[in-house]
Design a protein around this ligand. Structure first.
Ligand code: PRX
Length: 655
């Protein structure tokens, strides 16, 4: 059986960069040439974006692969780079964050204020016994204190581990245990879907199993009553008491370029979550560079908004570290896109004059489902650039995003990267690349990626295979926290002779050599000996005017090995889709891709099972398609979704 993925979907649309953007673009065609001519020299130059204590003596030490050292001998303080130096350069009055709370409260935080609060928080953490190298867990809603807490940890060289506020106390406990955090920073709660949602009780529960935790530092956000058992004297302290009273003076210490910055847990296909370790100099260089390059950022005039939660790597790299290293002005929003109404995001963009907007395809498809009449009510003319991250963006969703949010002219940067890569790896550059809807296009300048077959040979244009990264990169993960062997086995064992990093994704090159991501290889289907990508069939379904979202899985089939089973959500205006909807969609896929991809079954469902970061859990849909009992649903954002799907399907059968 060939490992090569079939190359099926054809897409001919192209969008050239707008002339004005191209003329003033941060990255030009010459940048690619410069990076290709001397890759390490190029990264050394990008490192000059940062302020260093001791200069580095070597760009990359790769003498003990896969353990990399970037900017060897250099020292820096990450928080100084993200905050203090902008104040020193006279930009203290610039707004760092326009915070918008879900209930409508707002707060503008300048770089000067950020410097004071980060210093206060750092001094408070020292009071609580935190020393360089100690781990601190952060479990918070999307409020300014979350960013301040992260930067305060960075300032002290105390690696943070941020646990998404939507995770359970079990998930929090296992992460705190794994990295032996000494302090947890949290809040009484946050606002979610129009109501306060408590966080502190989950921390209290987790701490009973975390003997290393000495203190819990609590921000008052909602003012909820914590109850008699909700406060442990001596252990728990209020942020406004200890941070509020601390000095605003704190002298940042310089740390080695390879000093650990944070551990971010990400789930693997099996086993316990992996603590991905990122370090300081290389990570900050690549996130600072890619933020500037991919988003063509102009600090004087741009207002950036990334909708990711701070609990994911996107929030780390493109809310906290990359943007602040550039002195950017951002929007930070606490709530959900549909509270109190489905136009909330567009309202905020209009109010704050957002120029650059970065979100995920799953969110765009929800907005498509709600209808274009909603964004139409708002003035979105400030937007000049849009971004996408997290999964392939279906061509139809891309075009909808461009037309209805980007006014038909804003380019879209589809950025491929991972928790493990730390920063953007594959993406168009908005002033150079004529982008194709659905393609992440090409490696970022300074990054070497390839699509290879099972033996590690590069595939020809038009072929499909496995996506690999062929050279080390500055923001790469350094190891899995406490488990070097697992790091080697998970990422570096697939092509040992080539020394490639295998990312777990399938990809294809089109006839021009541009890259199309085809989903996780674990999700690939095999129909009559053809390896088919879930992404392509899903995109074909979403290109039908009645479909808002689709998920495709392979289910065992006596004749074809596996058969394509599709689950679709219809757009609101499509109603129930009509009596022939199933046949219509099967034929549509056959027409768009070919008969080989025609789904055996199409099931119209009200929701799809997703993780809290918005990724579809195809494993659960495979259980449904193969009539098995549905497996572990604990990582679902909404565990009732599977009941909804199964109930719906049973009613269909009864009719
Ligand atoms: O499968 C790819 C998909 O998301 C995976 C990484 O997930 P995570 O570590 O949670 O990080 C998400 C935010 C960077 C990848 O292996 N992925 C991410 N971005 C894209 C993508 N797939 C296709 N196109 C993208 N732009």
């Amino acid at each position: 059986m060939s490992e090569n993925l079939s190359n099926l979907l054809k897409e001919d649309r192209r969008f050239e960069p707008p002339a004005e953007l191209a003329e003033n673009a941060n990255v030009t065609a010459a940048t690619y040439e410069e990076a290709a001519a001397d890759r390490l020299g190029f990264w050394a130059k990008q490192a000059e974006r940062l302020s260093w204590g001791e200069p580095f003596s070597e760009v990359l030490d790769w003498s003990n692969p896969p353990f990399a050292k970037w900017f060897v001998g250099g020292t820096l303080n990450v928080a100084y780079n993200c905050v203090d130096r902008h104040v020193k350069a006279g930009n203290g009055d610039r707004v760092a964050f326009h915070f918008v709370g879900e209930p409508g409260d707002t707060r503008d935080l300048t770089y000067a204020e950020l410097k004071d609060e980060v210093s206060q928080a750092a001094n408070a953490l020292i009071e609580l016994g935190v020393k360089t190298g100690d781990r601190v867990a952060i479990y918070m809603p999307m409020i300014p204190e979350a960013v301040i807490a992260m930067l305060a940890c960075a300032r002290l060289g105390a690696p943070h581990t941020v646990v998404f506020g939507g995770f359970s106390s079990d998930a929090l406990a296992s992460r705190v245990q794994d990295c032996q955090a000494k302090v947890i920073i949290t809040s009484d709660g946050g606002y979610r879907r129009g109501a306060p949602s408590a966080l502190k009780p989950a921390v209290d529960q987790a701490v009973t199993r975390c003997p290393d935790v000495e203190h819990v530092l609590v921000v008052r956000r909602t003012g909820q009553d914590l109850g008699e058992d909700g406060w442990t004297e001596g252990r728990d302290v209020w942020w406004h008491d200890v941070v509020g009273s601390a000095s605003t003076e704190h002298t940042p210490e310089m740390f080695d370029a390879e000093h650990p910055l944070y551990v971010m847990y990400t789930s693997g296909t099996t086993g316990k979550p992996k603590g991905i370790l990122h370090t300081s100099g290389g990570y900050l260089t690549q996130t600072a560079y890619t933020f500037w390059a991919t988003f063509d950022h102009k600090p004087e005039t741009d207002i950036f908004w990334c909708t990711a939660d701070i609990g994911w790597v996107t929030g780390h790299s493109y809310i906290v570290y990359g943007p602040t290293a550039n002195g950017a002005t951002q929007v930070l929003y606490e709530g959900t896109p549909d509270t109190p109404h489905k136009g909330r995001w567009w309202e905020i963009i209009a109010e704050k004059g957002v120029t650059t907007f970065y979100t995920a395809p799953t969110a765009i498809r929800s907005c498509m489902k709600w209808g274009k009449e909603i964004p139409e009510k708002f003035d979105l003319s400030s937007l000049r650039l849009l971004g996408s991250v997290g999964e392939s963006i279906n061509p139809e969703a891309y075009v909808w995003y461009r037309e209805n949010i980007g006014g038909g002219s804003a380019p879209i940067v589809d950025t491929w990267w991972q928790t493990e890569t730390g920063g953007h790896m594959i993406s168009p550059m908005p002033g150079v690349t004529a982008s194709k809807p659905g393609s992440a296009m090409l490696g970022v300048p300074g990054i070497e990626v390839a699509v290879v077959d099972n033996d590690g040979n590069k595939v020809e244009n038009g072929g499909g295979g496995l996506l690999v990264i062929t050279e080390p990169w500055p923001a790469m993960l350094r190891t899995i926290w406490g488990d070097d062997q697992r790091y080697k086995d998970t990422y570096w064992s697939r092509f040992p002779d080539h020394g490639y990093y295998f990312a777990g994704d399938g990809a294809k090159l089109d006839d021009d050599g541009d890259i199309w991501l085809l989903g996780r290889v674990d999700d690939v289907m095999n129909v009559s000996g053809h390896r088919l990508s879930t992404t392509e069939i899903e995109s074909a379904l979403v290109s039908h005017p009645k479909v808002a979202e689709a998920a495709v899985v392979g289910a065992a089939d006596e004749t074809t090995g596996q058969a394509v089973c599709a689950f679709v959500i219809l757009r609101e205006e499509a109603g129930d889709g009509g009596a022939d909807i199933v046949q219509e969609l099967r034929n549509h896929v056959a027409k768009e891709i070919g008969p080989i991809a025609k789904p055996r079954q199409v099931m119209v469902v009200p929701e799809l099972p997703k993780t809290r970061s918005g990724k579809i859990m195809r494993r659960l849909l495979r259980d449904v398609a193969e009539h098995r009992e549905v497996g572990d649903v604990t990582t679902l954002a909404d565990s009732s979704v599977m009941n909804l799907i199964q109930d719906g399907l049973q009613t269909d059968k009864a009719e």
